[in-house]
Design a protein around this ligand. Sequence first.
Ligand code: NOJ
Ligand code: NOJ
Length: 427
Amino acid sequence: MKFLLLMLLPTISWAKLPSKEFQFQKSLSMVLANSTKPDVKPGMVVASPSRSNPNYYFDWVRDTALTKRALIDYYELTKDPKIKQMIFTWVDAETYRQTLPTLSGLGEPKYEIDGSGYTGPWGRPQNDGPALRAISMIKFARLLLKNGEQDYIIKKLYYSVLPAESPIKRDLEYVAHHWSEHSFDLWEEEKGMHFYTLLAQYTALEEGAKLAREFSDEFAADFYELQAERIGRKLKSDFFNERIGIVVTTEKSAPLGYKNSGIDVAPLLALLHTSPYQKLIPLNDAHVLKYIEVLTATFGEIYDINKKYADLGVSIGRYPEDRYDGYETSKLGNPWFLSTLALGEYFCLLKTQLAENGKLTKNLAKKLTDITEAQFKRALYHSDRTGGMSEQFNHRTGIMQGATELTWSHNAFMTAMMRCGLIIKKN
Ligand code: NOJ
Ligand code: NOJ
């Protein structure tokens, strides 16, 4: 029945859309533009150039860590020295801001463009930030190691001195000592224990422990590993759910009154943002598959635009009860580019994982590729013809809204392209 209905819907020709390659270049240039604003401290990134309605002219630790992860991946592919230089500048900026006093220590989510912590009322702390930053910096350290550049690591990224002075170590110490405390979720709304935050923390500590051991910081490595094991046990005992697969938040201490389903795109983002490192919860785990099915069906149902075209993928938002429309919190929320692209990226990572385990048939490979393509197509259909991407697109009209040229929308596009093998390695 569902299939028959779909057949009756119109389709969108690729010829009417910007190509994926064009969008990649545009996204790269927007990421670079938002990372090099003349009035912003070098190395810091604005979440969006929008300074009012909404004002996103700040640096969020989370957004920036994910942006730099995309640039580090891009550097890995291209070995572009300009990008490498930008990463060095970022490391210096993070090292600087880690030393500044803030209202919630390293858990401070949002910073002014001069590098100082935001002091207005906000959902703080948000403890995913230091974990994501550590994951990105460790990835950079790994690339440098491969290149024989140990000196930079020992000087600037990781050394064993306590209290910690190097940025990776500072973040790992913070994560190892604070992971069991409640913090605000990545949507900055609800306080409790979150799948997203915990999986990022688990991964940072696991990867951090390996790095620590390689640099003869054995005692720290043991400690990070021990904490990671404890997080791993908590993730598996508290967040798996037979009905919806994975629950987003437990132990809510400051709940958002209207968020009850437990369904959220955040666990999907967690799996992507900790890939390819964490093996605790594989992409084809039965709970993950159930969760993806529920997530897709839920958003497929609530947004009108999901019922209009046969060949565009599912528009995905943050969570079904969302009321933040990009400007204010009172209406039905909308699909987001980064969530919609995440679903596509998931299916190509799943494809890679199944292939590695010898479980990929030709038929399945084609199906997974088709889903990924449909998600890209969906995103390109709602971006503007010049490749502009805001935070959201309207669930009824499909027109973009919320913060313009959101850095995270653009880095999500870049990451999905690179991880789906659509950007070819030079040399
Ligand atoms: C801004 C936050 O960043 C967003 O996640 C939230 O939904 C709105 N404020 C409303 O609380
Ligand atoms: C709102 C989102 O909810 C949050 O995750 C993000 O960090 C900020 N906007 C900045 O993009």
